[in-house]
Write a protein that binds this ligand. Structure first.
Ligand code: BES
Ligand code: MN
Ligand code: ZN
Length: 496
């Protein structure tokens, strides 16, 4: 899908489809008004057939006075309620209609709408991301690829070009690409997407963009003393990997040195629960338990592709959580890389065990801030559902920056408390701490566990258990939170 920014008048645009917004109560957007005038009111006449809700569509053909063969009207909802959400719904609705249509090219006039106080660059970014997301397919494992219509090859974003808009466009294209990569890694089955597969994927990215790559093997982890990570990996026939991928895009030799951001992603390529075995129903969904890792690879891919002036190091602990004769048992006590000991009371609370060692390891790069991303707790899904990612942080400025980036990327988060009061739930009679804190505040105690390994760092934790993938009929990975991570990394480097 090629995108270009070019001012065009909607009535004379030579394109397969002109996409126009219409508010509820039959109020035309300015571009729709122009087309209606050129078509002598034909558009207004058709409006009763367009439902008012944002994202509803109505296709018109062969309008008099209009150069394009087709005009796609897209509902925007009530004008006074028009904001980010209805805009995104309209983009999604339009994308679905364009896909159905099999349109080869389109002029996408939704980008010239006023969305709250957002600049046009915001519209450009979200139009590109929304369109790319809607045209994403994962059919590489189907032998019959029927029902996949030809992709929309060219989209014109009809606003007058400027360096700022061109920058927004390349950021959005790279972000969409990174999110698609994360989605594909998430969707790949666990017999293909193993720890070794993730390491190979990191290798591909490293070669493509000339990034630094280091993969620690089991022996290296043993030498370092990553007792928690090794305990989780122990029963699997797939060897664990600790992947370190480094992108240094900020100008070198400049003082002060550009800040380094560390992204630590949970890479459990399959979570059976281990000896604390999960129930059979929907266990297949635990292939998504490497979505944090996938989002780190996707975000670094995006930043490298757009040549962003930022420094990022990705740290990915990757392994399977399996039962077996060698598996960690409830009651086992392990020594983490930090030196602290942990009593494993539930082997299904494995994410925090691999992350604690990875977070300790990440400190050696002396990052200015570290963010971990993990499908960490079912409790977070209960608390926030599938809309908001759970945000926890030990630094208010970092949290505020992430919240702002999340709103901007419309990849939203909701901050949860990380108060010391919760720490006592992790008390253990036999070790420095237990790896579970009981059912109350389950996502908070998981974060509190991680906090014990990041006391000397500016740290935030994103629990993406509810947002990284969808279950049910629409089962599949979402690519979240790649848009948030990319936006935050740019912000963190002071780019925007
Ligand atoms: N990967 C799961 C968390 C998860 C559950 C993500 C459901 C998405 C949907 C994690 O490893 C896990 O099993 N967590 C346990 C922790 C509990 C044992 C304290 C949970 O949430 O049940
Ligand atoms: Mn688990
Ligand atoms: Zn897990």
């Amino acid at each position: 899908m090629q995108f270009s920014i070019k001012a065009l008048s909607p009535e004379t645009a030579k394109t397969g489809c002109v996409v126009l917004g219409v508010y509820a109560s039959r109020e035309l957007s300015p571009s729709a008004g122009r087309v209606d005038k050129a078509a002598r009111g034909a558009l207004r006449k058709a409006l009763p057939d367009l439902p008012g809700r944002a994202g509803a569509t109505l296709l018109l053909r062969g309008l008099p006075g209009v150069a394009a063969e087709r005009v796609l009207l897209v509902g925007l909802g009530e004008r006074k309620e028009f904001a980010e959400s209805p805009f995104r719904d309209a983009v999604r609705g339009a994308a679905a209609a364009l896909r159905e249509l099999g349109a080869k090219d389109a002029a996408f006039y939704l980008v010239d709408l006023k969305v709250g106080s957002r600049p046009v660059a915001w519209n450009v970014r979200h139009a590109v991301l929304g369109l790319r997301e809607a045209f994403y397919r994962f059919d590489q494992l189907k032998t019959q690829k029927k029902g996949s219509p030809p992709a929309l090859a060219a989209v014109t974003l009809p606003v007058s070009s400027s360096p700022a808009l061109q920058g927004a466009l390349s950021e959005a294209i790279a972000t969409a690409e990174g999110a698609a990569l994360a989605r594909t890694l998430g969707n790949l089955p666990p017999n293909i997407c193993t720890p070794a597969y993730l390491a190979a994927e990191a290798g591909k990215i490293a070669r493509q963009f000339k990034l630094g790559l280091q993969v620690l093997e089991k022996g290296d982890m043993e030498k370092l003393g990553m007792g928690a990570l090794l305990a989780v990996a122990r029963a699997s026939h797939q060897p664990p990997k600790l992947i370190v991928l480094r992108y240094s895009g900020a100008a070198k030799g400049k003082k002060p040195r550009a800040p380094l951001l560390a992204l630590v992603g949970k890479g459990i390529t399959f979570d059976t629960g281990g000896i604390s075995l999960k129930p059979a129903g929907e266990m297949d969904e635990m292939k998504y338990d490497m979505s944090g890792a996938a989002s780190v690879l996707g975000a670094i891919h995006a930043l490298a592709a757009m040549k962003a002036p930022v420094n990022v190091v990705g740290v990915i602990p990757a392994c399977e959580n399996m039962p077996g004769g060698a598996a960690a048992k409830p009651g086992d006590v392990v020594t983490t890389l930090s030196g602290q000991t942990v009593e494993i009371l539930n082997t299904d609370a494995e994410g925090r065990l691999i992350l604690c060692d990875a977070l300790t390891y990440a400190a050696r790069f002396e990052p200015e801030a570290v963010i971990d991303i993990a499908t960490l707790t079912g409790a977070c899904v209960i608390a926030l559902g599938h809309v908001a990612t759970g945000l926890f942080a030990n630094d208010d400025k970092l949290a505020a920056g992430i919240r702002e980036a999340a709103d901007d990327a419309w990849d939203r988060v909701w901050q949860m408390p990380l108060w010391e009061d919760y720490q006592e739930q992790l008390r253990s009679n036999f070790a420095d701490m237990a790896n579970i804190g009981g059912r109350p505040g389950g996502s908070i105690t998981a974060a509190c566990f991680l906090a014990r390994f990041t006391r000397k760092q500016r740290w935030a934790h994103l629990d993406i258990a509810g947002t990284a993938w969808k279950g049910g009929r629409e089962k599949g990975s979402t690519g979240r939170p790649v848009p948030l991570l990319v936006r935050y990394a740019l912000k963190h480097a002071g780019k925007k």
